[in-house]
Ligand binder design. Structure first.
Ligand SMILES: C[S@@+](CC[C@H](N)C(=O)[O-])C[C@H]1O[C@@H](n2cnc3c(N)ncnc32)[C@H](O)[C@@H]1O
Length: 299
């Protein structure tokens, strides 16, 4: 079902500028995509919903050279789009939108933008939004780094959520991971001081990468630094039994307690606003552990 990744894309490896004085800008550079291009074909019923929602719940985004890019100069006035001024939560990689739809229904005073490149997933979300008559969600089918750069002014987003980003767990694919230094700068730009970045992953290597990279950024603070360390850390448990290998049906190579012990911790408690998606349910069913992280934008 999957085709070869499109590598003819803008490189987004350069840090985006940050700070209240920083304007929006697009970065036409080269970097591997964090997603593999899959079939965009929709079932007829979803196609009908898609057509009806285009320009309404489904943002009509003019694309550049790729169908997932955002055309240079395209902007959205969010207050006009939602018909009000309310905090905006951006969920990146929404999949079929279980989490964002659930959160939008529970938080009618907050506006939500779901960003997803996979059209059939976005179509499911659009269908859900219409079925549940949620007026506070919009869907952007485009590459998330470009959406952040071009569609938001500095400090315009109250929270950024990324739950279960594609793990790209093979070493040779690690460079495709969405969360790297340049992406951290992008998120920092759109959040105001005190803004919140919530993440979750079921892949311990990616969890450590997030904890290390974002934790090292002067722009973010981990409000749970040092918490859930040692025996209380999910990382200790994963390493001790090599749960990642077991969950993939591979021969485990468990570590001795001394090497397995995660003395750093820093894991957040499960964010109560994050509903359990099918994706997480499947991960738990094969014995994977979930890592939650929260970071606060520093002034
Ligand atoms: C593993 S799925 C998780 C879906 C959902 N968050 C959940 O918990 O069920 C990751 C999603 O991120 C999307 N994605 C990956 N890179 C993206 C990007 N650069 N921009 C937008 N979506 C992206 C993928 O298409 C995929 O649907």
């Amino acid at each position: 079902m999957t085709s070869q990744p499109d590598t003819s894309q803008p490189d987004i490896s350069q840090p985006a500028p940050t700070g209240a004085e920083t304007p929006r800008r697009a970065l036409p550079m080269r970097r591997p995509l964090s997603f593999v291009r899959r079939s965009n074909r929709l079932k007829p019923s979803y196609q009908r919903t898609w057509d009806a929602a285009l320009g309404k719940e489904l943002l009509e985004i003019p694309h550049g050279e790729r169908d997932t890019s955002v055309a240079e100069g395209f902007r959205i006035d969010w207050a006009a789009e939602f018909g009000r001024s309310a905090p905006i939560v951006v969920e990146i990689g929404s999949g079929s939108g279980e989490a964002v739809a659930h959160a939008a229904a529970a938080n009618p005073d907050t506006d939500f933008l779901a960003i997803e490149v996979y059209k059939p997933g976005a179509a499911q979300l659009v269908s859900r939004i219409r079925r549940e008559q949620l007026s506070n969600v919009r869907v952007a089918v485009a590459n998330a780094p470009e959406v952040l750069d071009q569609l938001f002014a500095p400090g315009e987003v109250a929270e950024v959520w990324i739950f279960f980003p594609d793990p790209w767990h093979k070493k040779k694919h690690n460079k495709r991971r969405l969360i790297d230094e340049s992406f951290i700068d992008r998120v920092a730009r759109v959040l105001p001081a005190g803004g919140v970045w919530r993440l979750a992953t079921d892949w311990s290597g990616y969890a450590v990468q997030m904890r290390t990279l974002i934790g090292a950024s002067a722009r973010f603070k981990n409000p749970h630094a040092g918490e859930r360390a040692g025996d209380a850390s999910p990382l200790t448990e994963v390493r001790l039994h090599d749960l990642d290998a077991i969950s993939m049906g591979k021969e485990p190579a468990p570590l001795e307690l001394e090497q397995a012990r995660d003395d750093d911790g820093g894991w957040a408690p499960r964010f109560p606003g994050r509903t359990q998606t099918d994706f997480e349910t499947k991960a738990l069913a094969v014995g994977r552990k979930i890592f939650d992280l929260t970071f606060i934008r520093e002034p």
